[in-house]
Design a protein around this ligand. Structure first.
Ligand SMILES: *[C@@H]1O[C@H](CO)[C@@H](O)[C@H](O)[C@H]1NC(C)=O
Ligand SMILES: *[C@@H]1O[C@H](CO)[C@@H](O)[C@H](O)[C@H]1NC(C)=O
Ligand SMILES: *[C@@H]1O[C@H](CO)[C@@H](O)[C@H](O)[C@H]1NC(C)=O
Ligand SMILES: *[C@@H]1O[C@H](CO)[C@@H](O)[C@H](O)[C@H]1NC(C)=O
Ligand SMILES: CC(=O)N[C@H]1CO[C@H](CO)[C@@H](O)[C@@H]1O
Length: 493
């Protein structure tokens, strides 16, 4: 509504122009022009007074001071009235005009408003067009992508086709192989059949061979029996030969006795010659009249050389050939099989006669064994076996001792008959251990047994260890033995 003051100003100027110019007037407002027609004023007296009268006509109600001259002014009054009516009419016109203008202004405003709306619509349109173009680009892109996807799909389809080709080829291959394997199976079956036939043939052959083998075994058994009977005959003949030997020995004995008698007869003329005679044990020497203990030469049957032995001519009637002796521990008894076989030590002191000699000596005749013992306090005891011999090396010098008696225990401390000899290098015992190594000496160990006269000679110990000299049933394990002697004599002495 900021246009209203302008309108008022226009109105005033219009009014003023109307009064001075008369006739018609134009008013330009924007594109519209307005033309006003004004009625002509006739008989207007003094030109100088006119404007004042017009302006004064507005105060018509006030009584005029020119009333006495009423007549000349009646026409003027009519004119004034007309002017007033005109003015009123004008005013009405003006009002209408104003209304019209106001309406126009309003419509213009609306137009402007609509223009604004138009411009907004334009921007909107612009935006929408840009959006449209954007979407067009996007759709272009989409079509590109679609094209790509399509081409890829086509490629994939081609590959699939190829795969299908390959698969069918492989299937054909597999089918061919299956048929081949069926052929192979057929061949295999034929081979198996042939193999089974061969097996049957072989089985037959094997049976025949087994039969042959059985007959051969029978033959062998028969031959074995023959051999054993032959062996028996041999043993009998060898027994015969030993009997013969004994007879020979007896004969030699008688001869020697005769000779001894002869020498005894000749004693007056010449002294005795020990070297000339060959004694087989100390009993013979004793019988020959020699009664002092000492070292003598023996000539054992089937032994090329003579052997030096100690003869005990005093204990228990004398005539004892000493096999083993300990007295002060000066000799080591933890020795090898060969050393025990051949003997070691000095017959005058500590020694072992030798298993081969003991065997040869005790197999020739029936011998008895005497074991003499003495402890560190000087107590003496003995064990006696009426029958004693050991077998040869081929039977590992197995022990045979029977009819035990004596003071060194009520039970025999020697192991049972048949026990083999063991040394540190020959383990023949019945123990999973090695008795000869544990007991430190060669002996007849069972598992390991109650005796070992070839153990370690302990002198200064209060308690005797396991590997000490042992004769268990004399005084138990803790007696310290200071002297041992093993000696033999013919049972019939
Ligand atoms: C005033 O104007 C009206 C038209 O609106 C007209 O009819 C009338 O005659 C006029 N009066 C005078 C006195 O001119
Ligand atoms: C053993 O000797 C006796 C006679 O002493 C004889 O009759 C026997 O046939 C001999 N035996 C053998 C197997 O030689
Ligand atoms: C043991 O006895 C022998 C023979 O009597 C003797 O030669 C030796 O010196 C003795 N040894 C000891 C250690 O007593
Ligand atoms: C004798 O001892 C040896 C060695 O220990 C052994 O191989 C052999 O079988 C033994 N002999 C007998 C008859 O037991
Ligand atoms: C001169 C003239 O026409 N005057 C008139 C003005 O208007 C009034 C009423 O409208 C009339 O009565 C006059 O005659």
């Amino acid at each position: 509504m900021g246009h209203l003051p302008t309108v008022h100003y226009l109105l005033l100027s219009v009014v003023f122009t109307m009064a001075t110019e008369r006739q018609q007037y134009q008013v330009q407002h924007g594109r519209c022009s307005y033309t006003f027609l004004l009625p002509e004023v006739e008989h207007c007296g003094t030109g100088t007074e006119g404007p004042f009268k017009v302006s004064n006509s507005l105060q018509r109600d006030t009584p005029s001071h020119a009333e006495p001259s009423n007549v000349p002014f009646t026409w003027q009054e009519g004119k004034l009235e007309a002017l007033e009516n005109l003015t009123e009419n004008n005013t009405q016109w003006l009002q209408k005009l104003e209304n019209y203008i106001q309406e126009n202004v309003r419509s213009e405003l609306e137009e402007m408003h609509q223009k604004a709306i138009h411009s907004q619509t334009a921007t909107m349109l612009e935006i929408s067009s840009s959006l449209l173009s954007h979407s067009m680009v996007q759709s272009q892109k989409l079509t590109d992508v679609e094209m790509q996807v399509l081409s890829q799909t086509r490629r994939l389809e081609e590959q699939l086709q190829e795969y299908l080709h390959t698969t069918s080829r492989l299937e054909k291959h597999v089918l061919r192989q299956a048929s081949e394997s069926a052929q192979l199976k057929e061949k295999n079956r034929l081979l198996e059949q042939r193999f089974a036939e061969m097996e049957v043939r072989h089985q037959k052959e094997l049976n025949a061979l087994q039969q042959e083998k059985r007959s051969l075994q029978d033959l062998l058994e028969w031959q074995g029996r023959l051999v054993s009977t032959l062996e028996e005959g041999l043993v009998l003949s060898s027994h015969n030969s030993t009997q013969l030997q004994r007879q020979q020995a007896d004969l030699t004995d008688s001869v020697q006795q005769l000779m001894a008698t002869v020498t005894h007869c000749n004693e007056i003329s010449r002294p005795p010659k020990d070297d000339m005679t060959h004694y087989r044990d100390c009993a013979e020497i004793n019988r020959a009249g020699i009664t002092h203990s000492g070292v003598y030469n023996l000539r054992l049957p089937n032994m090329p050389n003579s052997i030096k032995v100690f003869c005990d001519m005093t204990s228990h009637g004398g005539g004892w050939t000493v096999l083993q002796h300990r007295q002060n521990g000066s000799l080591d008894f933890h020795r090898s099989w060969t050393e025990y076989k051949q003997g070691f030590g000095d017959p005058a002191g500590e020694h072992w006669m030798g298993n081969d000699f003991i065997h040869t000596l005790t197999k020739a005749k029936d011998f008895s064994l005497l074991v003499l013992l003495q402890d560190s306090e000087g107590n003496k005891a003995h064990s006696h076996y009426e029958h004693f011999h050991i077998e040869g090396e081929e039977k590992n010098y197995s022990l045979h001792a029977h009819r035990f008696s004596g003071t060194a225990g009520k039970t025999s401390s020697l192991t049972r008959s048949g026990t083999m000899f063991s040394t540190k290098d020959h383990d023949n015992d019945f123990c999973s251990c090695k008795c000869a190594q544990m007991a430190s000496g060669g002996w007849w160990f069972e598992a390991c047994g109650a005796s070992n006269l070839n153990g370690i000679y302990y002198s200064g110990h209060s308690k005797v260890p396991y590997n000490g000299i042992k004769w268990y049933y004399w005084k138990g394990p803790n007696v310290r033995v200071s002297m041992t002697t093993m000696m033999v004599r013919p049972s019939d002495f």
